[in-house]
Design a protein around this ligand. Structure first.
Ligand code: FES
Ligand code: FES
Length: 169
């Protein structure tokens, strides 16, 4: 059975008849061609499939695409603006927050949801916000440093340019 669904993904509207059983991660990767979101466990344990939905981080393997009707989803593909990487993407690359990279989109999206509501988080708050994300490579220290580095960059950008011009960062 299919259900007509209106999803907004990275500010683009998709109006589709979607099978009721299709998960959001399947829709993103197999149907919409957005393979930046990774699927690993498929059971909600690893966080590699994390995306932001209406400002909250969700595990897209646990969400049906039809549940996103009328909602706004942001994936890793939606972060770069005008060819410029988001500070989280830059910091993960420069501060060794990524090694094999499989967990990285999920961590970045969890961090994005955190920094949107808390621009100056403590290490403990970062650990709490990313507690649902697993990494087999980094040992997590570099991930926390990367998120702190991006938070600092975003605060500096906001101080320099004001909040208005950075509404989508
Ligand atoms: S693939 Fe979704 S939590 Fe692991
Ligand atoms: S960088 Fe390899 S799993 Fe995290």
């Amino acid at each position: 059975m299919k259900r007509q669904t209106r999803l907004t993904i990275n500010e683009e509207v998709y109006m589709e008849d979607i099978p009721a059983y299709m998960t959001l991660v399947d829709y993103l990767r197999r149907h919409a061609g957005m393979t930046g979101t990774k699927e690993s466990c498929g059971t909600g344990d690893c966080g590699s499939c994390s995306v932001v939905m209406n400002g909250q981080v969700v595990k897209s393997c646990l969400v049906l695409a039809v549940e996103c009707d009328g909602k706004e989803v942001t994936t890793i593909e939606g972060l770069a603006q005008d060819g410029n990487l988001h500070p989280l993407q830059t910091s993960f690359a420069e501060k060794w927050g990524t090694q094999c990279g499989y967990c990285t989109p999920g961590f970045i999206m969890a961090a994005k949801a955190l920094l949107d509501r808390n621009p100056n988080p403590s290490d403990e708050e970062i650990k709490h916000a990313t507690a649902g994300n697993l990494c087999r490579c980094t040992g997590y220290v570099k991930i926390i440093e990367s998120i702190q580095d991006a938070a600092k960059t975003l605060r500096e950008e906001r101080d320099s340019y004001g909040n208005k011009s950075l509404a989508n960062r």
